[in-house]
Design a protein around this ligand. Structure first.
Ligand SMILES: NC(=O)C1=CN([C@@H]2O[C@H](COP(=O)(O)OP(=O)(O)OC[C@H]3O[C@@H](n4cnc5c(N)ncnc54)[C@H](O)[C@@H]3O)[C@@H](O)[C@H]2O)C=CC1
Ligand SMILES: O=C(O)CCC(=O)C(=O)O
Length: 446
């Protein structure tokens, strides 16, 4: 399998032909790692690549539940336990109709490298279901979560596998999932992160992914003696990551000129104010509405069926979902003068888009580095739970900043190119890989 990069990728495609997202994530990682692997043949000779590509375990299960009309519904649930060489499996749960094994394998694979970059002892995993919480009542979501956890509970534990949120799984879902686990096991442990503050959650966990992404962008700009002050930033998405990225950007005097959802883009040419941000957060988190509902709000223009990438901006922060920014979008961003792209979502840019950013020598950071703040603070939530105490928001935020800074340093160290350009993709992949691969080598062929 490992004779050449192309043979390796061809083998993966042949083995699981219906998993294009996983192939894409593998291609991104392996292409940038390949020269390093040639220089360090021990990894290839010990089958590290073959083992990294194959999940340690995949759990797939039926999730039956009853809707508000009394009808029995069935969804498919999953947990991909990808790699536990450096710690228990850790990674979110996604509830979205597009969830399938290939999507979760790509997310779990990315998570392995991301968690290693945080320097905390966490392996990688990801799970979820093809359940769509959109349009469901709270009672339906609760019954679904209880059924999902009834099966998942036998495969997780605070030293085994610690899930958290992702798309479609926020505070409400984590609460229902945690309640069911506690009821079944009769124990109060750190088996999930992203918990509510009243039952073991950490301050700053809800904000951490978005804030961390902005801290990372600050470090990137610093490379070129720039800062966020006055910069126009296109943010996509309007969920957890997008909201808190936008919030921190506003705090740091940047101009957030867009947010989006799957229906379209909200354009705010002057930059979102804190009041506008608050009304959007309330719409999304409390009323679970669509951005189209704000079409007539003052100072904002709603662009139906549109992504934000044609808007004139200095920075782009894709924070919605995978492959939301393609090669043509990248070309448009470059044409409009964008100098920095920081991925808040997991794999939001296609391989073609990344190639364009690299060719143009602009700053580009992959999600596994830039959005690692969320899982990092999940790790801090686990530490606080284990010590049975709570840290202040200031303390958690400071640790988050330090971790994002150290990830940036690791990218700089391993991603240096001729002329001082930093290839953050290469840097993040090599730094994450070495930590996991060395632990695998030390533990023998398992
Ligand atoms: N929540 C977390 O702590 C972390 C999340 N991520 C990643 O960040 C991304 C966003 O996740 P969250 O904000 O947690 O989820 P969320 O469920 O809170 O928000 C998802 C957002 O994406 C939008 N969206 C979904 N599909 C879309 C599409 N096709 N086009 C445009 N918008 C679309 C939704 O409308 C929503 O605004 C995902 O890629 C996730 O894997 C990464 C690291 C941590
Ligand atoms: O906080 C966590 O454990 C998971 C976060 C996550 O799913 C991600 O980093 O993509």
């Amino acid at each position: 399998m490992t004779d050449t990069l192309q043979a390796c990728l061809a083998h993966l495609r042949l083995r699981d032909p219906d998993q294009p997202e996983f192939h894409q994530a593998a291609e991104e990682v392996l292409s940038s790692l390949w020269p390093f692997l040639q220089e360090h043949p021990t990894y290839l000779n010990n089958g590290i690549i073959e083992r990294l590509m194959e999940p340690e375990r995949v759990i797939m299960f039926r999730v039956p539940w009853v809707d508000d009309r009394g009808q029995v519904r069935v969804n498919r649930g999953y947990r991909v336990q990808m790699n536990s060489a450096i710690g228990p499996y850790k990674g979110g749960l996604r509830f979205h109709p597009t969830v399938n094994l290939g999507v979760l394998k790509f997310l779990a694979f990315e998570q392995v490298f991301k968690n290693a970059l945080t320097t905390l002892p966490m392996g990688g995993g990801k799970g979820g279901a093809d359940f769509d919480p959109k349009g469901k009542s709270d009672a339906e979501v609760m019954r679904f979560c209880q059924s999902f956890m009834t099966e998942l509970a036998r495969h997780i534990g605070d030293s085994v596998d610690i899930p958290a949120g992702d798309i479609g799984v926020g505070a409400r879902e984590i609460g229902y999932l945690y309640g069911q686990y506690r009821r079944m096991r009769n124990e109060f442990t750190s088996v999930l992160t992203g918990k509510g503050l009243s039952y073991g959650g950490s301050l700053v966990r809800p904000e951490a992914t978005g804030y961390g992404c902005v801290y990372f962008a600050e470090q990137m700009l610093k490379q070129r003696n720039l800062d966020l002050n006055g910069k126009r930033v296109c943010v996509s998405g309007s969920g957890n990551v997008a909201q808190f990225a936008a919030r921190k950007l506003i705090e740091l005097q940047a101009r957030v000129i867009s947010l989006s959802d799957s229906g379209g883009t909200l354009h705010c040419a002057d930059g979102l104010s804190l009041e506008q941000w608050t009304s959007i957060a309330e719409l999304k988190n409390m009323r679970r509405g669509r951005l189209a509902d704000l079409a007539n709000a003052p100072g904002m223009t709603y662009l139906p069926n549109s992504t934000p990438w044609h808007l004139e901006c200095d920075l782009a922060m894709p924070c919605a979902t995978q492959n939301e920014l393609n090669g043509d979008d990248a070309a448009q961003l470059l044409e409009q003068g964008c100098i920095c792209v920081t991925e808040g979502a997991n794999m939001p840019c296609t391989l073609e888009a990344i190639d364009r950013f690299h060719e143009a020598r602009i700053l580009f950071a992959p999600g596994k580095a830039a959005n690692a703040g969320g899982v990092a603070v999940s790790g801090l939530e686990m530490s606080q739970n284990a010590m049975r105490l709570n840290w202040s928001a200031e303390k958690v935020d400071l640790r988050l900043r330090e971790i994002m800074h150290s990830i940036h340093q690791a990218c700089e160290k391993h991603g240096q190119e001729a002329g001082g350009y930093i290839d953050y993709v290469k840097g993040a992949n090599i730094a994450g890989f070495v930590r996991v691969a060395d632990a695998m080598l030390a533990q023998g062929v398992i």
